[in-house]
Design a protein around this ligand. Structure first.
Ligand code: HDE
Length: 748
């Protein structure tokens, strides 16, 4: 580890020489003038190298802390070489262990304390490094350095998470996903701590502990894990109508994205952007996935809990490792201050989105995630995001949920990361230098030199000194000068009273298939609710306010009669300037390429070699992957005698882990697969989950044996080359939606 060099007090000498008070010198310094923070060519957290703008600044800073054990002796934490790492020190070979054994005690003591509290929400996560690059239109709206130069790459670290489950829960649960981005800008860290759903359950931070207590596993038995399908969740949300809009999103397929790369991200709250002239505009942040949006099917997502609980994090890891980065465009919806009140809803209400058909999303930059962390704990677990981390050019709005968050994150991280010095943990350090008079406390790493740890001072030259605000990003932070004149009240604005109009908007914007999935989701979730009055309250008092037909269908499945008109008062029903908005459907941005898609090629001894080779080639040409799946891991002997090594076994990489299935030809191969329960189940399950299925020549006999109907998306070809286009088209549509209504007839 390189030592941290620190600036010495720059003007102590000149102090002695002149009668000028260095405190006042510091005060008079202009933002553009000599800055004691910037000292080129120094390493360490406080004096970093100048950021070359190639996106590597954070990687280089982390290098200081990387430890590679290759070629090194095993030593204690005190540097002592260890001669025997297998046996504790005993009084005789069969005698008791001696207290004296400091090597044993050090090792065990460290192990005993290896865990830290998991995050109270968003405990399960996976992260990646990358960079953000602004487009040339971004600087117009914000003076933030991250937007100033289109040639510059700002390093980022992004953590995706589920909310409800503990750290060891499953990836594909029905839940909101966290989408937290730390931009390591030259002017400090900017954290955009968002979700994959653009709205939130509650309007005021005061209700957050209640909401989280309700959704988390129930307190008496800690059941269920990673799910909202239980009494306390539905009890709370049915008593709090403001939750309806976000609950509806979580009942849609958005709640289990196929891949993080297929997920949208949202800043949720309305923020402010401040331009060089000091003009403030309201803004909503969006992450639009370059790979388009798509999700799993609920039955598939559930099966993945057991088949591959790490499904999302594994895909991200593997893709990045194989050189297929994850990409998003950052988009903004801009609302001029004068237009703040021109919507049917309050833009400070976090249960509302701004429909894209009213305010289009303007792309202002691109983010690429292309490097996996070196160490899960050091980076992904110890990273601390905080919506309060902003930089000049970005500011908060008065959204009462955001305002509450500004307190919560630092507060919880104090416990989770063990004290106020967690900003010194390498992953949390900014890439720019930082000096202040905060001192001491648990695990302090920095060795602050100088005598004055206060400001103003005349002992250490007045340093570190304040920086006046400036027109560019490098000035000191000043909050937007919003004029506020108000009574102190504990109240909710009447403009937050509409609880249903946007839920109705979301419902109206879904395709028929998506609506069916939402009906199935409410039906399923409520079936897990034990108390009948809670089920009844959801079905008769909440759902009809979204849509009478939605309520009727869910009611029918629960044997509960529903009202024929909306029961909520007009104020709660609200009004919407638009009836539907295509951007709210997952289908609006389906992937436009098949890159990184995974296709199983089912084969056994006797498989037609040409089929396997050709399909693999066809897929590889488009950046997709064909995986040879066989009954066992033993090499397969193809029809032409070639020996092929399987990529996986039928139950090792089951159909839920792939996007499509190809049954290769070859009499012996197809006979073997047809005689195997796993072979039959593979294609049945793929059919049930609406996946494209291709059968080449004899391959169609496996489909017949499995009773897979021949219909759209079940592609039969006699020549492997004829499979290419239809398979590609079907993969582009993600799933064979026309099969949705019949899929449940398949007993898989
Ligand atoms: Fe969070 N949230 N949250 N949240 N949140 C946390 O901070 C909180 C909210 C979000 O990958 C915690 O360090 C309050 C909205 C993400 O490390 C905690 C309120 C949005 C992550 C906390 C909200 C989020 C968190 C838990 C309502 C989307 C994971 C551990 C007032 C815009 C970040 C931690 C990561 C984490 C508080 C609501 C996103 C307890 C009080 C809305 C992505 O501080």
């Amino acid at each position: 580890m390189a030592s941290n060099e620190h600036d010495s007090a720059p003007s102590s000498q000149s102090n002695a020489d002149s009668a000028k008070c260095p405190y006042h010198e510091g005060q008079n310094r202009s933002a553009e003038g000599e800055n004691p923070y910037t000292h080129p060519n120094r390493n360490g957290p406080h004096d970093t190298k100048p950021n070359a703008g190639d996106g590597h600044a954070k990687d280089e800073a982390l290098e200081t802390y990387r430890a590679d054990a290759e070629g090194h002796d095993l030593r204690t934490n005190q540097g002592l070489r260890i001669a025997d790492n297998h046996n504790s020190l005993k009084a005789g070979e069969r005698g008791p262990t001696l207290m004296e054994d400091f090597i044993f005690r050090e090792k065990m003591n460290h192990f005993d304390n290896e865990r830290i509290p998991e995050r109270i929400v968003h405990a399960r996560g996976a992260a990646a490094h990358g960079y953000f690059q602004a487009y040339d239109n971004a600087a117009r709206y914000s003076k933030a350095g991250v937007f100033s130069d289109p040639s510059k790459k700002t390093p980022v670290f992004v953590r995706f998470s589920t909310v409800q489950g503990s750290r060891g829960s499953n990836d594909t649960v029905r839940d909101v996903r966290g989408f937290a981005t730390k931009f390591y800008t030259d002017d400090g860290n900017w954290d955009l701590v968002g979700n994959d759903i653009p709205v939130f359950f509650i309007q005021d931070a005061m209700k957050f502990p209640d909401f989280v207590h309700a959704v988390k596993p129930e307190p008496h038995n800690e059941i269920p894990q990673g799910q909202s399908a239980h009494d306390t969740f539905w009890d709370f949300v049915s008593l709090m109508p403001e939750t309806t809009h976000t609950v509806l999103w979580t009942m849609s397929d958005r709640a289990f994205p196929r891949h993080y790369r297929n997920m949208e991200g949202f800043g949720v709250h309305t923020f402010r952007l401040i331009d060089r002239e000091g003009v403030s505009r309201f803004v909503k942040f969006h992450w639009k996935p370059v790979a388009g949006t798509c999700s799993l099917i609920w039955d598939e997502a559930q099966k993945l809990w057991g088949r591959d609980p790490d499904f999302n994090r594994r895909m991200m890891w593997d893709d990045i490792k194989s050189g297929a980065p994850l990409e998003w465009e950052l988009g903004i919806q801009v609302v001029e201050e004068k237009d703040e009140h021109s919507f049917d809803f309050d833009i400070l209400d976090p249960t509302k989105l701004i429909p894209e058909s009213l305010v289009p999303v303007m792309p202002i930059g691109k983010m690429v995630l292309d490097r996996n962390p070196d160490n899960y704990f050091a980076e992904t677990e110890q990273v601390a995001f905080n919506p309060a981390n902003i930089v000049p050019g970005i500011d908060f709005s008065n959204d009462p949920l955001l305002q509450g968050r500004l307190f919560s994150y630092l507060d919880t991280q104090m416990l989770r990361l063990g004290g106020p010095n967690f900003h010194e943990i390498p992953i949390n350090q900014p890439v720019c230098p930082f000096h202040n008079n905060q001192r001491d406390a648990q695990h302090r790493q920095t060795i602050n030199t100088g005598q004055a740890s206060y400001e103003p001072n005349s002992i250490d030259g007045g340093w570190p000194a304040e920086t006046p605000p400036s027109q560019d990003a490098h000035g000191g932070f000043e909050p937007y000068h919003e004029r506020i004149e108000a009574h102190k009240v504990r109240a909710r604005s009447a403009s937050f009273g509409d609880h249903y109009s946007q839920a109705t908007l979301f419902w109206n914007s879904q395709t028929d298939v998506e609506k069916e999935h939402i009906i199935a989701a409410y039906t399923f979730e409520l079936s897990k609710v034990e108390r009948p009055w809670i089920r009844e309250r959801v079905i008769t008092e909440i759902l009809p306010n979204i849509d009478l037909e939605l309520a009727r269908r869910v009611g029918e499945n629960h044997g509960i009669e529903t009202p024929t008109s909306k029961p909520a008062p007009d104020g709660e029903l609200g009004t919407s300037q638009v009836d539907s908005d295509p951007a709210l459907s997952l289908m609006a941005r389906l992937p436009d390429s098949i890159a990184t898609r995974k296709v199983a090629i089912l084969a056994a001894d006797g498989v037609a070699m040409e089929d396997v080779r050709s399909i693999k080639e066809q897929l590889a040409a488009e950046g997709a992957e064909g995986l040879l799946i066989a009954p066992s891991m033993a090499p397969i002997k193809a029809g032409d005698g070639t020996m092929l090594s399987p990529d996986a076994m039928l139950n090792g990489l089951p159909s839920v882990t792939v996007d499509a299935v190809v049954v290769a030809g070859g009499v012996g191969s197809v006979e073997a697969l047809s005689g195997s329960g796993l072979g039959l189940y593979y294609v049945q399950e793929a059919y049930k989950h609406l996946k494209p299925i291709v059968a080449i020549c004899e391959g169609k006999e496996l489909l017949a044996a499995a009773r897979v109907p021949v219909e759209e998306g079940v592609i039969l070809v006699d020549d492997v080359l004829a499979a290419s286009l239809p398979l590609r088209d079907a993969l582009m549509a993600h799933r064979v939606w026309s099969r949705d209504a019949r899929a449940n007839q398949m007993p898989a």
